[in-house]
Design a protein around this ligand. Structure first.
Ligand code: 13P
Ligand code: SF4
Length: 354
């Protein structure tokens, strides 16, 4: 069951404090039978009600390690909920409060396009290892698992490159071009050894795939793609003593000018190392920035640029309450068996590379 629109509207009309107290009461009643997971990009009103808040890697681990009862309610985007469904026990169910909340970047690589690219690229010689970013559909994860590849998150991307280059001569990285390019640079790959495969162009764009050590899928996050080097230069000019920390989904020109780069979890840890009075500008989704502002009122924490992830924002208190009130009837996140099998192979590899 997916709640009827009028029911959602009715709940959305309730005052926030009522929604929060009803959710908290249900969660206390369910105790260990329900685990609410929330990504760091969720609004504070939601993350404060979760049993665990983390980056996509940490949330995968929590789903895999949830020893309690039957239900995992996932406040994040679809690929994260799918990963939890693949990693949890077979007697557990994952519920996604807004099944329409997908990640636009994950949707930039379909299995058909990826298979076509793979056939063309494997004909160009050398052992190719497929590596997909966590932000991809279960189909793509499964594709990588079946073909001897793996999955990475923004917190273990460098180690994943080390892993992949021990197994092959070349890496096919998808779907985030920027994370791939930033990691390749960190790993020591020079720009001439990187090619890009654009699924919207005939033959991927016809670059020199034969000599490339890393082939990047031309996909991007619409939120992080918007940060520019001018944003960083602006901060340097007006706040010369400020620190700039960004997510590796930002374009390379931004990452190169930042003081630090890392996953959402890393950004939180970076801010924790600063002192009262420090100024920190953050290049990632706005809710993470706002949550850190609340956590550290004694320092100037600000956004590098406006940046709301609209699909993360689709998870609302109203939808969370409707999910918790209808655990048995609510649609489960279901990944077909064969897809789940090979996606799990890749996810287990990912969990072991850290
Ligand atoms: P993390 O892997 O850092 O949690 O990031 C997920 C994401 O969607 C970033 O846009
Ligand atoms: Fe996807 Fe970007 Fe939103 Fe992350 S911030 S979920 S990559 S659209």
């Amino acid at each position: 069951m997916i709640p009827a629109p009028e029911r959602i509207r009715e709940y959305e009309g309730l005052p926030e404090e009522i929604l929060i107290s009803r959710i908290a009461a249900l969660r206390d009643r369910y105790k260990d039978n329900v685990c609410v997971l929330a990504h760091l990009y969720q609004r504070r009103s939601i993350s404060q009600l979760a049993n665990f808040v983390g980056d996509s890697y940490g949330l995968s681990r929590s789903a895999a390690n949830f020893k309690g009862g039957e239900y995992i309610v996932f406040c994040g985007v679809r690929f994260m909920a799918e990963s939890a469904a693949i990693l949890c026990r077979s007697d557990q169910h994952v519920l996604h409060p807004e099944p329409e909340a997908g990640c636009p970047m994950a949707d930039m690589a379909s299995i058909e396009e990826t298979s076509r690219a793979w056939s063309a690229l494997t004909r160009t010689g050398g052992t190719l290892v497929p590596v997909t970013y966590m932000n991809s559909t279960a189909d793509i994860k499964s594709f990588c698992g079946e073909l001897g590849g793996t999955i990475c998150t923004s917190s273990n991307a460098l180690k994943t490159f080390e892993w992949a280059f021990k197994r092959g001569e070349r890496v096919f990285f998808l779907p985030d071009e920027h994370l791939g390019r930033n990691t390749a640079k960190q790993f020591g790959i020079v720009p001439d050894d990187i090619a890009t495969w654009d699924p919207n162009k005939p033959d991927g764009g016809g670059e020199d795939y034969e000599s490339a050590k890393v082939i990047l899928w031309r996909g991007y996050c619409p939120v992080h793609q918007k940060f520019t080097s001018r944003d960083v230069e602006h901060i340097r000019r007006f706040y010369p003593d400020a620190k700039v920390v960004v997510h590796p989904e930002c374009p390379q020109e931004v990452v190169d000018r930042a003081d630090a780069v890392g996953s959402t979890d890393f950004i939180g840890k970076f801010v924790a190392t600063t002192k009262p009075g420090d100024k920190i500008f953050i290049g990632t989704e706005i809710n993470l920035v706002q949550n850190l502002q609340t956590q550290y009122p004694d320092r100037l924490i600000a956004k590098l640029h406006r940046s709301l992830c609209l699909t993360m924002y689709q998870i609302s208190l109203a939808r969370l309450l409707l999910t918790l009130e209808n655990l048995e009837a609510f649609d489960r996140v279901v990944v077909p068996n064969k897809t789940a099998h090979f996606a799990r192979v890749a996810l287990d590899r990912m969990l072991s590379i850290h």
